[in-house]
Structures are given as structure tokens and as C-alpha cells.
Ligand binder design. Structure first.
Ligand code: HEM
Length: 320
């Protein structure tokens, strides 16, 4: 211990020694005599509620659980097997779907604001979406505790169920700007979901609305980018790239568009991070087996790594 103190700078030696000695003194006073040889004891005091005005009787008011509909949410985990680890698998999917629901809520509102040239609120919403995405990316860490053997033990109980059939995920893709009409075929037997996806497929995406905004601000956007068959995949355009580049070249004149562009890049990047982490976690858990949804598995997920929602916002960076 003395050798440790010798190695410290003189100031650190003095102040840190004072702090450590004071902390040890405090622990000593908190200890019972009998405990002393066993090391410092934690001070323990039961929580004092005598000065709180807790509503022990809720009267006519709804409770926390009722407000949040917890009975429904917490009884929605119905494992198909008796395997311990299936609960993790179910909860991580359900939690992700809840976060996706909030992303959709925020993104559709952000899109509305952009359509009305009201960018301020849309920035707040896009920032929130980025934070949720960070949370979603983080959740792969929890799932990575599932080993191949853990997953194999209940995989057969899933049948053909796969994230490939996530309505909300596909809606997110369509609303942000990645349109592949064929993807909705898998939802044919769910009339409501199919109709919702059809609507999103045939409506301008977040990116399409941003290009319309650029046009309203006087940037040259080709006519067939302002009105087209929205169900078709987006094709990168040199004029669109030139418009974004002009924004980046005079940020003082177009600060809000510059800020919007950066929020979009954030959204795109975090989506890519999610896709990459999904793919690597899947590789770790099932190797190169086929997916329950019928695709080649990792080979299918790898194809999505090349997707960009806002391609020009990436290509122009080389020219800056
Ligand atoms: C052990 C865990 C997981 C495995 C082994 C797994 C595996 C796969 C595979 C192989 C696919 C390709 C489609 C297929 O053939 O099934 C896929 C797609 C997908 N998974 Fe997962 N996944 C897991 C966890 C999750 C979680 C937690 C989510 C969160 C919602 C999720 C969401 C998705 C989505 C949205 C797709 C479609 C991606 C696209 O079409 O681009 N997966 N998954």
C-alpha cells in the first residue's frame, strides 16, 4: 500500500489519502463491535415513511397498473416451450416492438411537421428517435447471452415465425424511405396490417418529404422526385446530391436544412448499426443455418448492410 502512495503525484498523495482515511473512519463508526474483524459494515436504516403522505387507499382513482394496462402487457409472454431462455427471446422482441411503436409515433409526426415547413418540432422528434435506436442497438448485448444450445432448445416451437414478418419494422422502412413492394406479401392474411403497409408503400416517405422541402426552398429537385409512383424504390440522383451539397456549402444560410440533414444521417447510421448488430448476434447464435422465415439467414441479413435510406447524404461527404 505504501508503495502505491509513493507512486502518486504529491498533490494526489495528500488529498486522496485524506479522503480514504476519512471514508475508513466513517465505516468504522458505522460498524458494530462484533463485526469489526470481518470488515466494514454497510449502514442500514429502514426507509422512514412516517413523513410521507402516501395514498394507501386509491379511492376512485385508477392505479399505476390500470393506467399502463400492465395486466395485459405482463400476461402477453406465453412461451411455446418449457425452456428457461425462451422468456428472454420473447421479451426482447416485445420490448423492441414497443420501442418501434414509439419510433413510428415520432417519425409520422416529424414527417407531418416537415410537410408543413415546421422543422423545430421535427428535430426534437428525430432526436428522440435516435435515442430509442441507441436503446435498440444496446438490446443485442442482452440477447447475446443466449447461446446456440439455449436457442436450439426452443427454435422448433417457433414454426415459421420470424422478425421478417414484423409489420412495424416494415412500416418503419417504408416510412423512412426503403420501399420494396414484395415485402408486404407475407402479411396478406392480416387485412389491417396489409392495408396499413399498402398505404405507407404508396405514400411519400420521410426522405421524399425532405426533397419536397428542398424544392420549396428553391433548390433544384427534378420533377419526377416531387411526384412519382411512391411504391417504387428510391433511385439516387445527381441533382439531389447537388442540392444537399449546396446546403452543406453554405450552412449559415440554410442552418435548419443542415440540421435536418445531420438528423437524417444519424437515423440512417443508427439503423445500419441495428442491422449489423442483429446480423452478428444471429451469426453468433445460429451460425449459418436458415432463418425460421425461410431466408438463408445471415446471408440474407448481410444484404441489408448495403442499404442507405438517404444515399446522397452519404455520397456528398466525399466531395466536402
Ligand atoms: C435469437 C435471436 C434472433 C435470431 C436467431 C434471428 C434471426 C433472424 C433471421 C435469420 C432473419 C432473416 C429472416 C428469416 O429467414 O427468418 C431475421 C430477420 C429479422 N429479425 Fe431477427 N433474429 C433474432 C432476434 C431478433 C430480434 C430481437 C428482433 C427485434 C425485433 C428481430 C427482428 C428482425 C427483423 C425486423 C427482421 C427482418 C429484417 C429484414 O427483413 O431486413 N430479430 N432474424
Amino acid at each position: 500500500m505504501d508503495q502505491f502512495w509513493q507512486q502518486q503525484k504529491p498533490f494526489a498523495r495528500r488529498t486522496e489519502r485524506v479522503i480514504v482515511v476519512a471514508a475508513i473512519d466513517h465505516w468504522k463508526t458505522c460498524m458494530h463491535d462484533d463485526d469489526k474483524p470481518a470488515g466494514p459494515a454497510m449502514p442500514y436504516r429502514p426507509r422512514d415513511l412516517s413523513d410521507e403522505q402516501v395514498h394507501w387507499d386509491l379511492g376512485e382513482s385508477q392505479s399505476y397498473g390500470q393506467y399502463l394496462n400492465l395486466e395485459k402487457i405482463l400476461s402477453a409472454q406465453q412461451p411455446a416451450s418449457y425452456e428457461h431462455d425462451e422468456m428472454l427471446f420473447i421479451i426482447i422482441h416485445q420490448a423492441s416492438e414497443l420501442w418501434m411503436k414509439l419510433c413510428l409515433h415520432e417519425l409520422t409526426a416529424a414527417l407531418d411537421h416537415i410537410r408543413r415547413d415546421d422543422l423545430g418540432p421535427s428535430f426534437k422528434m428525430l432526436t428522440r428517435v435516435a435515442r430509442i435506436q441507441a436503446q435498440l442497438v444496446q438490446s443485442w448485448d442482452v440477447l447475446a447471452t443466449l447461446t446456440p444450445a439455449d436457442y436450439s432448445a426452443f427454435r422448433n416451437h417457433l414454426g415459421r415465425a420470424s422478425g421478417f414478418q414484423s409489420v412495424q419494422y416494415r412500416l418503419l422502412e417504408f416510412i423512412i424511405g426503403n420501399k420494396t413492394a414484395q415485402m408486404i406479401e407475407v402479411h396478406k392474411r392480416e387485412a389491417d396490417a396489409y392495408a396499413t403497409l399498402q398505404r405507407a408503400l404508396h405514400s411519400p416517405s420521410l426522405y421524399d418529404e425532405c426533397l419536397r422541402l428542398l424544392s420549396r426552398r428553391g433548390f433544384e429537385i427534378p420533377d419526377d422526385y416531387l411526384d412519382r409512383d411512391w411504391s417504387q424504390p428510391y433511385r439516387p440522383s445527381k441533382q439531389v446530391a447537388a442540392a444537399w451539397l449546396a446546403v452543406y456549402h453554405s450552412v449559415d444560410d440554410h442552418w435548419d436544412l443542415y440540421e435536418l440533414a445531420e438528423k437524417l444521417v444519424d437515423l440512417d447510421q443508427k439503423f445500419q448499426l441495428w442491422r449489423f448488430s442483429h446480423m452478428k448476434t444471429v451469426e453468433r447464435i445460429i451460425g449459418y443455418k436458415r432463418g425460421t422465415g425461410g431466408t438463408g439467414g445471415v446471408s440474407y441479413l448481410a444484404k441489408a448492410l448495403e442499404l442507405y435510406f438517404f444515399p446522397e447524404l452519404w455520397t456528398i461527404r466525399t466531395a466536402m
